[in-house]
Design a protein around this ligand. Structure first.
Ligand SMILES: Cc1cc2nc3c(=O)[nH]c(=O)nc-3n(C[C@H](O)[C@H](O)[C@H](O)COP(=O)(O)O)c2cc1C
Length: 180
């Protein structure tokens, strides 16, 4: 698929076919994530793939509990990827301090967008999930201190074809040579 098509056809998918995703395809998506750039090349990410239905269900029960129950739909996705962050390497943390930013979050965003675009390329649907119980998810995974489940990616063969969500126009978001 052409990159332009991959980008324009991707949607957040919240309904999935009851069909497992081949490990080769999951790994191809993770390989795309692995190749992403990151500040000071710190690669501040780890991906935990839940594709065993029983383990996935147990994880989802924790991650989508309480006020996060509205994300329960995602438990029906054949694959859930938990994206675990750390705060980046020493150099990138110095960068955070001076720039007053969190480079590791930018880095994760880039790598996960690589992942979802490769998934689209392979005929898979995905949805980013930020609305989860991070504490319970971390406890489930026995994460060491300082590590966090920043967000999840649901993945599977799509069972819906949503219309594109609205976007701002280029005129609204771009200016050349000055700010607005
Ligand atoms: C960082 C991030 C977190 C998101 N969290 C959720 C979520 O918790 N639940 C959900 O249903 N969609 C979530 N989404 C999907 C957005 O709602 C979706 O990308 C947006 O509405 C645009 O729709 P589209 O992806 O189909 O173009 C998230 C997207 C991003 C990038």
């Amino acid at each position: 698929m052409e990159l332009e098509q991959v980008i324009s056809q991707r949607r957040s998918i919240r309904k999935y076919q009851d069909k497992p995703v081949e490990r080769e395809k999951i790994n191809a998506c993770l390989e795309a994530a692995r190749l992403a750039p990151s500040a000071c090349n710190s690669q501040p990410w780890h991906f935990v793939v839940f594709d065993d239905p029983q383990v996935k269900d147990a994880f989802c029960k924790e991650a989508f509990s309480g006020v996060y129950a509205m994300t329960k739909w995602a438990a029906a996705a054949p694959v859930i990827i938990a994206v675990v962050s750390d705060a980046g390497n020493f150099t990138s943390r110095i960068g955070n301090f001076f720039r007053r930013t969190e480079f590791y979050l930018l880095d994760q965003g880039i790598s996960c967008e690589h992942l979802v675009l490769r998934a689209q390329d392979l005929g898979l649907g995905t949805c980013w999930i930020g609305w989860l119980n991070g504490e319970k998810a971390a406890k489930f995974l026995h994460l060491p201190k300082g590590k966090k489940v920043e967000h999840l990616i649901a993945m599977g063969y799509p069972a819906e074809n949503p219309a594109p969500r609205p976007r701002q126009t280029l005129e609204e978001i771009v200016s050349y040579n000055k700010y607005k």
